[in-house]
Design a protein around this ligand. Structure first.
Ligand SMILES: [Fe+2]
Length: 165
């Protein structure tokens, strides 16, 4: 059982979950991009992969400042979401329908990350860790932008998926 003594402990624990989640995404995003039929969708996923690498670097910077290890959280919630994305890769369907399914799982991942970064950004602010709060806000903004972009790409893909068959 985990024992926490302070908000700072909880902050570190939540950051570990995000770190593990981003590491999992680094492996998943190239596979999702490869499975995408839409060039626009593939590009969005590839670009988000590059952003994800920067997000990991930001987390490493914060762990260093906290003198804490990024390891130790299994990131179970993200693993479940990524498992769904991996299942979407193997779906047999018309390309636009499969892309719609991929986007559905990708947006769930983004929302999960937005929830996580929103939480830790508030903790950082409360703990007076302004530099960490700024870095976490940057990542939160990237996740929100990625979600928005996926939502925009989904519009035409969903319509095409609805129109066919
Ligand atoms: Fe991320």
């Amino acid at each position: 059982m985990m024992r926490l003594e302070s908000l700072r402990d909880l902050f570190v624990e939540e950051l570990k979950g995000l770190y593990t989640a981003e590491k999992q995404l680094i492996r998943a995003l190239p596979r999702m991009a490869k499975a995408a039929a839409s060039d626009e969708l593939r590009m969005a996923m590839q670009e988000h992969l590059e952003e994800t690498e920067q997000q990991i670097d930001r987390l490493k910077t914060i762990f260093k400042e906290l003198e804490a290890s990024p390891r130790g959280n299994k990131g179970k919630s993200m693993k479940g979401l990524i498992d769904e994305s991996m299942e979407a890769i193997d779906i047999e369907a018309e390309p636009c329908l499969k892309d719609a399914a991929l986007i559905a799982t990708a947006q769930r991942v983004e929302h999960h990350e937005m929830a996580g970064y929103g939480t830790v950004r508030k903790y950082a602010h409360l703990l007076g860790l302004d530099e960490a709060a700024n870095l976490l806000q940057e990542t939160l903004d990237e996740e929100a932008a990625a979600d928005q972009r996926l939502g925009e790409i989904a519009q035409s893909i969903n319509e095409a998926a609805h129109a066919q068959a």
